[in-house]
Every structure is written in structure tokens, then in C-alpha cells.
Design a protein around this ligand. Structure first.
Ligand SMILES: O=C(O)c1ccc[n+]([C@@H]2O[C@H](COP(=O)([O-])O)[C@@H](O)[C@H]2O)c1
Ligand SMILES: Cc1cc2nc[nH]c2cc1C
Length: 340
């Protein structure tokens, strides 16, 4: 789907602010909750916004060749183990999504050695991303296929009634390509964006900054083009999640952005579909430095800061009750003039 992105309805946003201003509270007393509620009304095209009864997390899982460079604290096999953990409903995202009433699904966009799972999960199967420090992660055709897969996943969820979408991520090594994309987009270097990810030590952090710099130097001026940047420095799972966010924005469905990986995807979605970030809120501030850099570039202020760095969509789902509360405030607080 290549339709341009239309902005969330400004008249509904203004109407929501007017409603809020007339409510039984000092003007502006609900702070950012008022802005969030007005954003939700503008996205839904309804004031006050409807309750959020269908929130979906889609986890895009994939392995990353750059992990062989010693940039993660965990072995690649953990990706496969965690795919099963999520499919069986026992992962961090399973528990946290259940706690807020969101559903979780997962797609394999390059998990090494994945077998014995439903066909639906492997429908968009591709090879793990090639190591970005040495070669492009994806060919141009592979990139287009991954973007299209994410768009299709968004389209199907929306056709099935999704009101709010979250892209979760899973893949040992994925903080390295994500940080590289942030660096390439913002004109930064590895040392500016590399964080400890799953918990690498100082030597691992230095290897990570080096791997990012090697990738940036290898790609050079090609990184100026967002499609080439994503193919060279990203991966199929990151590209599919980017396509998913673009697909949501083009269809007028809001997105809650998770941590570093999702923020890098949001950055790429905005580059490829200008205006897409108007359909996004940042659920939380991950501890990864690249996360704040990407969110700041997108003018997305995180709702929560719980010092989390798990990924999977966990920080984003925790922000859903706050968003829901912003809608409830608009719906249920009386007008001051009606109280006597
Ligand atoms: O979302 C984040 O900000 C985040 C920060 C650190 C780690 N992660 C998760 O940890 C994995 C990547 O970490 P690493 O160290 O292997 O690059 C991957 O599975 C991510 O989902 C996620
Ligand atoms: C155990 C584990 C779970 C994860 N979930 C997302 N990334 C992860 C990385 C590790 C290491």
C-alpha cells in the first residue's frame, strides 16, 4: 500500500481539547493525559475516543549476522528459545500484554533454525540478516518483500478490528542494527548510539561501537537514501516492523512505539512515509541511548520511564492503560458548568 499518510483529524483534536477545557478540573490539570486523549480522539476520528478494547502486539523476530561480532551478552540460540517462549505465552510480553488485555502474535522474519511452529508464524520466513559490518543485511528485493510483509500484517490486523498496534522485537544482536540506523539517520557515530543491549560489558560495548562504525563506513553515502540505509544496515525483522508502522499510519490506526528497536523502526517509517509519526506515541524510554535520540528526532516524548530494556513490545504495552485513562477522562469527567 503506497497511499500517502493523512494526519490524524485536527478538528477532532481541537474538539477534544475544548471538551477537556470545559471539564470539572482546573484548565490543563491533567497535563499530558489531555494531549494523549486529544491525540487518541484525532486518530480515532471520534470525540470522546472509544474505549481501547482491541490492542495487538505483533512481535517481529529475526536473527542478526552481526551477533557473531561479539556485540551481545547472549548467544544467538536465545532468539529461537524466546520465539517458543512467546508462542507458548510464557515470555515477558506474554505476561505484560495479558495484564493490560492486549493480544500477542509473532512472525518469523529470519529466525535461525525455527521449525515445528504453525505455518502462520513462518509465512514470511527469510534468512537471518547478513552481518552489517561486512555486507548489506538485505538485497533491495528482500527489503521490499519485508516491507510488504509488515504492511500485510498491519492490513490484516486492522481488517480484523485492531484499534491500536504495537510492534514488538525479538532477536539477539538487534540493538546493533537499530543503533546503526539511528546513527546513519542522525549523522552520528557508533560511540554515540551504542548501549549495553542485553548487558554487554565494556569490551562488548567497544566491539559494538566498532561494528556500527564499520557498517557506517562500509555503506558511506548510500545511507543517505532511506531504502538503501534500511537494506544495508537493518534486517528483515526491522524492515517488516517498519512496513507495519507505515501500514498502520496509512490506514489511520495509531501505534505505540516500544524501545530502541521500535524507535529506530519508527524513524525509518517516518522517512519512508512522511507524517507516519503523527500516528505514534512513544510508550517508554528504553535505557539504550539510541532510543532517546530517535524519539527526540521524531518529537515523541515517552509516556513511561521504567528503566526497561527488554524489547518484545513490553514498554509499549505498559503505556496502554495510560492511553486508555486519557480516553476515559475525556468520556467520563463532567463539564464544570453542569455541576451545581
Ligand atoms: O527495546 C529495547 O530498547 C531493547 C534494549 C535492549 C535489548 N533488547 C532486546 O534484547 C535483544 C537485543 O539485545 P542485544 O544485546 O542482543 O543486541 C533483542 O531480543 C531485543 O528485543 C531490547
Ligand atoms: C532471555 C532474553 C529474552 C529476550 N527477549 C527479548 N530479547 C531478549 C533477550 C534475552 C537474552
Amino acid at each position: 500500500m503506497t497511499n500517502p499518510v493523512t494526519a490524524p483529524d485536527p478538528s477532532l483534536r481541537a474538539a477534544a481539547h475544548a471538551r477537556s477545557d470545559a471539564q470539572a478540573k482546573p484548565l490543563g490539570a491533567l497535563g499530558r493525559l489531555e494531549t494523549l486523549g486529544a491525540w487518541l480522539a484525532a486518530c480515532q476520528g471520534v470525540n470522546p475516543p472509544a474505549p481501547l478494547t482491541d490492542v495487538r502486539v505483533v512481535v517481529f523476530a529475526g536473527d542478526h549476522g552481526v551477533a557473531a561480532r561479539g556485540v551481545s551478552a547472549y548467544p544467538t540460540a536465545v532468539t529461537l528459545a524466546m520465539v517458543h517462549g512467546i508462542l507458548d505465552g510464557h515470555a515477558g510480553i506474554s505476561a505484560l500484554a495479558r495484564s493490560v488485555g492486549a493480544t500477542v502474535s509473532l512472525y518469523d522474519l529470519g529466525v535461525d533454525g525455527l521449525t515445528g511452529v504453525p505455518d502462520e508464524v513462518t509465512r514470511f520466513h527469510v534468512h537471518p540478516a547478513r552481518p552489517i559490518s561486512d555486507e548489506d543485511a538485505l538485497t533491495a528485493d528482500e527489503l521490499q518483500a519485508a516491507l510488504a510483509a509488515g504492511d500485510q500484517i498491519a492490513a490484516e490486523a486492522i481488517a480484523d478490528g485492531a484499534q491500536l498496534l504495537i510492534a514488538g522485537d525479538l532477536g539477539i544482536g538487534n540493538t546493533t542494527p537499530s543503533a546503526a540506523l539511528v546513527a546513519a539517520t542522525l549523522g552520528l557515530r557508533g560511540g554515540d548510539v551504542a548501549g549495553s543491549g542485553t548487558g554487554v560489558d565494556a569490551a562488548g560495548l567497544a566491539r559494538k561501537a566498532d561494528a556500527i562504525n564499520a557498517a557506517l563506513d562500509r555503506v558511506g553515502d548510500r545511507a543517505a537514501d532511506p531504502l538503501q540505509r534500511l537494506a544495508a544496515l537493518g534486517s528483515a525483522d526491522i524492515a517488516a516492523a517498519t512496513g507495519f508502522m507505515m501500514g498502520a499510519a496509512r490506514r489511520g490506526i495509531p501505534v505505540v512505539v516500544d524501545g530502541l528497536i521500535a524507535s529506530a523502526e519508527a524513524l525509518m517509517a517516518e522517512e519512508l512515509a512522511p507524517g507516519a509519526s503523527a500516528w505514534m506515541v512513544a510508550g517508554h524510554a528504553s535505557t539504550e541511548p539510541g532510543c532517546a535520540l530517535a524519539q527526540r528526532r521524531l518529537h515523541l516524548a515517552p509516556i513511561l520511564d521504567l528503566e526497561m530494556r527488554l524489547g518484545e513490545g513490553t514498554g509499549a504495552v505498559l503505556a496502554v492503560p495510560i492511553l486508555e485513562a486519557s480516553g476515559a477522562a475525556l468520556r467520563d469527567i463532567a463539564a464544570l458548568a453542569d455541576l451545581s
